[in-house]
Design a protein. Structure first.
Length: 135
C-alpha cells in the first residue's frame, strides 16, 4: 500500500525541549535536524506529496485535527501508553486506504515497539529504517 499521487502527509513532531539528563541528544537542534532530514527523504522519494509539519504534541494534534488525512506520520511520546493512544487516535483520522506511519520502532525505544505490537493492527517496518507503517 502506498499513498495516492498528490496525497497529503501530516508529520506530527512537537519539537519540544527534553530533559537532557533523561534523554541526551547529540545537539540542541537535533530534533529539528532530524525532522528536516525526514522531510527531505520523503520529498526525495515522493516529490508529489504535500507535506505538513504539525508542531503540537500528538494527542493535542489528534484532538484538533478536523477531517480525514490520506497519510499521517507520528514521532511523539515514546512511552507505551502514550504511543498506543497515538496509534489508536490517529488511526481514526485516516481516510479509507490511508497510511499511518511512525518513527522509532527499534529496541532503544521499547515503548514504541511494544505499543505498535500491542495495537492489534498489522504493520511492517520499512527496511533499513526505524519507521513502522500500518498495513
Amino acid at each position: 500500500m502506498t499513498a495516492a499521487e498528490n496525497a497529503e502527509l501530516f508529520i506530527v513532531e512537537p519539537l519540544i525541549p527534553v530533559d537532557q539528563a533523561i534523554w541526551p541528544m547529540p545537539s540542541p537542534n537535533w530534533q529539528a535536524m532530524t525532522l528536516q532530514a525526514t522531510m527531505e527523504a520523503v520529498r526525495f522519494h515522493r516529490p508529489d506529496l504535500r507535506l505538513y509539519h504539525v508542531a503540537q504534541t500528538s494527542i493535542d494534534a489528534c484532538r484538533n485535527f478536523e477531517g480525514l488525512a490520506s497519510s499521517i506520520y507520528i514521532d511523539a511520546n515514546h512511552a507505551f501508553a502514550e504511543c498506543l493512544a497515538d496509534i489508536q487516535g490517529w488511526k481514526t483520522k485516516l481516510a479509507s486506504g490511508g497510511i499511518l506511519a511512525g518513527h522509532d520502532y527499534w529496541p532503544v525505544d521499547p515503548g514504541v515497539m511494544d505499543a505498535v505490537n500491542a495495537s492489534g493492527f498489522p504493520f511492517e517496518v520499512i527496511s533499513n529504517t526505524r519507521i513502522f507503517k500500518l498495513v
